[in-house]
Design a protein around this ligand. Structure first.
Ligand SMILES: Cc1ncc(C[n+]2csc(CCOP(=O)(O)OP(=O)(O)O)c2C)c(N)n1
Ligand SMILES: [Mg+2]
Length: 387
């Protein structure tokens, strides 16, 4: 299920819609924006070259990616792999085979799959927070080494020393896996600086949550990224909650796609429960960023079905709320219904389900039968030099 490397998108200028945006046309100062008209004909704070909503407009004009049957089937398989993998991880946690923290990605699968399917593995870079298993699987990283990491085995991708929250694959340019809320945004901005400095043509995708979006360092990063036109897509995975805090209780501005406005970062508001919508948003964002226009901010609205982590009974929301999302907005059910409509048979989907269950079972067997790290590993991958 490894993802084939995709060809690098050609450098293109900013989408034409960027020039014909409502913001740009408001320059005359006579628009109905209610903003103060300036004597020289402009509008306070307005700038013809800045089109905050232009990408949203491009997205609204064409919301869903035109996937072939094969592509949609691939997205479906990747989402199902994440779902079954996470369910198995939850079971292993219950059995005491996974220690420490463990944050599951169940419900959010379409976000990582939709976005990462648009990236070029090995060229672009990805960084995220502690809810990272799904992003790794979406990048085609071997489930065996992820499960082995979760269970603290030497064969794990961080040699069993990182666990659920600290997984990396430099080969895939996947830079973690971070437990400090918001830190990955600054680190991702550094990765984007690296792409620009070395001229390698890569783009960084930096994921963070609605809670993390209230961290100060996020805005320092926005400023630098916009000032230096760094190739970065900031992705706010708005799953409605930061631990037990509902978005409306913790955020003054709950329309997260607007959070870049003060830094001239165009935002897009995306339905994260539809993998084709997510993928299409990635297309628009990547075209803009690869064109040398600087960062884009995506707010991807999603939902986590499980608690914040394995130790959270999620008493701050009703069963009905979760049920409603599961029954009416599930990204995997949605893709399945679409595949059936396109003529893919139930039998074919059952076959896929069976193969995925077997693959996940295999990864758990591999992990359970792998030895713990050797003692000498205590002294590797740590800073020993003095500066
Ligand atoms: C700097 C920092 N502050 C607080 C925490 C504790 N903490 C861990 S997760 C979390 C909530 C984050 O929520 P969100 O960004 O919405 O991500 P989600 O868990 O929903 O994916 C908090 C406050 C932390 N790990 N790091
Ligand atoms: Mg959240």
């Amino acid at each position: 299920m490894a993802q084939p490397a995709r060809p690098r998108a050609a450098k293109k200028p900013a989408p034409a819609s960027a020039k014909a945006s409502p913001e740009a046309s408001a320059k005359s100062g006579t628009g109905s924006t209610g903003e103060t008209a300036l004597p020289q004909g402009g509008v306070a704070g307005d700038d013809a070259s800045f089109a905050l909503r232009s990408l949203q407009q491009a997205h609204a004009n064409n919301k869903r990616f035109d996937a072939s049957d094969e592509q949609l089937l691939e997205f479906y398989e990747q989402m199902l792999l994440i779902r079954r993998f996470e369910e198995k991880a939850g079971q292993l946690y219950g059995l005491g085979l996974i220690g420490g923290f463990c944050h599951l990605y169940i419900g959010q699968e379409a976000v990582a799959v939709g976005l990462q399917s648009a990236l070029t593995t090995g060229k672009d870079s990805v960084i995220t927070g502690y809810r990272d298993h799904g992003h790794m699987l979406a990048y085609g990283i071997d489930p065996n080494v992820i499960m082995a990491e979760l269970t603290g085995r030497g064969a794990g991708i961080s040699r069993g020393k990182g666990g659920s929250m600290h997984m990396f694959s430099t080969e895939h340019r996947f830079f973690g896996g971070h437990g400090i809320v918001g830190a990955q945004v600054s680190l991702g901005t550094g990765l984007a600086f690296g792409h620009k400095y070395s001229g390698d043509g890569g783009v960084c995708m930096a994921y963070f949550g609605d809670g993390a979006a209230n961290q100060g360092q996020v805005y320092e990063s926005f400023n630098m990224a916009a000032l230096w036109k760094l190739p970065i897509i900031f992705v706010i995975e708005n799953n409605g909650y930061a631990m037990g805090t509902k978005v409306s209780r913790g955020s003054a501005e709950t329309a997260f796609y607007r959070r870049g406005t003060g830094f001239r970062i165009p935002g897009m508001d995306v339905n994260g429960m539809d993998v084709l919508e997510v993928r299409q948003a990635a297309e628009v964002a990547l075209e803009y960023v690869r064109g040398g226009n600087g960062p884009v901010l995506l707010e991807v609205k999603t939902y986590r079905y499980r608690g914040h982590s394995m130790s959270d009974p999620a008493k701050y929301r009703s069963r009905e709320e979760v049920q409603e999302m599961r029954e009416n907005h599930d990204p995997i059910d949605g893709a399945k219904a679409e595949l059936l409509k396109r003529g893919v048979t139930e039998d074919k989907l059952k076959e896929i389900e069976k193969a995925i269950r077997a693959r996940v079972g295999q990864s758990a067997d591999f992990a359970e039968s792998s030895p713990e790290p050797e003692l000498h590993e205590l002294y590797t991958d740590i800073l020993v030099e003095q500066y």
